[in-house]
Structures are given as C-alpha cells and as structure tokens.
Design a protein around this ligand. Structure first.
Ligand SMILES: C[S@@+](CC[C@H](N)C(=O)[O-])C[C@H]1O[C@@H](n2cnc3c(N)ncnc32)[C@H](O)[C@@H]1O
Length: 231
C-alpha cells in the first residue's frame, strides 16, 4: 500500500506556528486584523452576510442535541460568533433561558434581535479580542461555551482565543470547527489541555471510513471539552 500523506509538511508547520510561536512575534504580523475588518461590515447580500447564516444548516442537528445532552435548560450558555443568532433562536425555542452570544457583525445581531425574536437575548457586538477579555474582567462564567465554525479558526493567533474561552467556561466547551482548515489551524486539543480542559468527545465525519474520505481540510469535527477539576 502506498499511503499518501493526508496533510503536507506546510500544514503541520502552520499549526506549529499558530500554536507555539510567541505571541510577541505574532503581534508584528500585518495580517492580524484583516479578518476582523472583513466580517465587521458584512450585511445582507454580501458574500458573508447574515442572510447566509439564518437557514437550516447540517450542524444544527448536531449542536442542539449535544447541548441538551450536556446541560439543563437553566444553564448559562455563550455562542461565540453567533452571527444573527440562528442557534440561539433554536435554543430559546427549546426552553433554554440563560443564553448569550457575541459576534463582530453588528448588522447580523441587529437583524437577529429584530427579525428572529431575540430582542430579550444578550447579544454582544464586538471582536473576540475585545469582548472575551472584557467578560473575563467582569467575572462572567458560562456553564457551556460553544461555537459552530468557521469562527475561532478565523482568529489570528496573536490573540490567545482559547485561553479566554477556557477562562469563561465553568464546565463545557463544544466546538464544531475544521481542525485543519480556514485561516489559522492549530493543535486544538493541545491548546485546550494547556488551559485545563480535557477532550471528552470527538467526532470527525471522516472517522472510520477511509474508502470515501473527503478532503480533511473541508471536514468539520465536533469536539467536547470538559474542565478538569483537581481531586
Ligand atoms: C462562518 S460565520 C458562522 C456563523 C454562525 N456561527 C453559524 O454557524 O451560522 C463566522 C462568524 O464569526 C464571526 N466572526 C469572525 N471573526 C470574528 C471575530 N474576530 N470576533 C467576533 N466574531 C467574529 C463572523 O462575524 C460570523 O458571524
């Protein structure tokens, strides 16, 4: 059997840089704010406007049962990169009462509040590097923090997004993201481990089906992390 490597050395090198390069060096990158300025101004009709994120998405069938399985209806929950709040709306319909979201795109949040019945839901406009440190400073904690990508994969590694996500979560973190794709792939599990969270579930759609494997860069994975508490 002549197995071809699934990932190139360049892809591994990217992960090494994004996970291990000192942030003081990464902060010198001229690319660090590009994604923010792109997402901030998106509106209906644009390539990534909110009209693209309010329909049925296959991830809905995975994220909602996973959240229901892990936490009760009165758990505090934070959606990272909530856009117009498509998943928040479903959680609200299912009876979750303490839901919040954050996103850089003010147009999407305004639409969700006005048109998706989320006027009573906390939805914070701002980039992760502004909002997450502020929430940590205010002492906020959530029983579960989740994201459905691409969201954190778009965050330049000069900002330690995983550290702040871990500081905000009291118990669970649920990510549906591309482990190898998008702008800034990292050694995700290692980054959570170094912040005190352990991977308790991981499903990758290419698992166990090597005959019909898709390009792994295009594949989204579900990862559930749980805070490790000292004995
Ligand atoms: C691909 S969309 C996914 C939206 C939603 N999670 C979903 O699955 O439908 C990525 C979202 O992340 C948001 N986003 C991207 N970079 C961000 C940043 N630095 N801070 C906050 N939100 C960001 C975008 O505005 C956008 O709503």
């Amino acid at each position: 059997m002549n197995g071809k490597p699934l990932f190139s050395k360049k892809q591994y090198l990217q992960k090494v840089i994004n996970t291990f390069c000192p942030r003081i060096i990464l902060r010198l990158s001229p690319k660090k704010s590009w994604a923010n300025s792109h997402w901030k101004g998106q509106t209906a009709g644009d390539i990534h406007g909110y009209d693209k994120y309010c329909g049925e998405h296959p991830a809905t069938k995975i994220i909602l049962p996973e959240i229901s399985r892990l936490v009760p209806k009165d758990a505090s929950i934070l959606d990272l990169g909530c856009n117009c709040g498509n998943y928040l709306r479903r959680l609200k319909e299912q009876g979750f009462t303490r839901i919040s979201g954050t996103d850089i795109c003010g147009n999407a949040i305004e639409y969700g509040k006005k048109e998706l019945g989320l006027s009573d839901v906390e939805m914070i406009v701002g980039s992760f590097d502004e909002v997450l440190p502020r929430l940590v400073f205010e002492g906020r904690k959530f029983q579960l923090v989740y994201t459905v990508g691409a969201t954190v994969e778009l965050v330049h590694p000069s900002f330690d997004v995983i550290r702040y996500v871990c500081e905000l979560s009291d118990e669970y973190i649920v990510f549906i993201i591309s482990l190898w794709g998008h702008a800034y792939p990292r050694f995700w599990e290692y980054e959570f481990n170094r912040n005190g969270f352990c991977l308790v579930k991981c499903i990758t759609s290419s698992d166990g089906n090597t005959d019909r494997i898709r390009d792994p860069v295009q594949v989204d994975s579900l990862m559930v992390f749980r805070r490790v508490r000292p004995e």
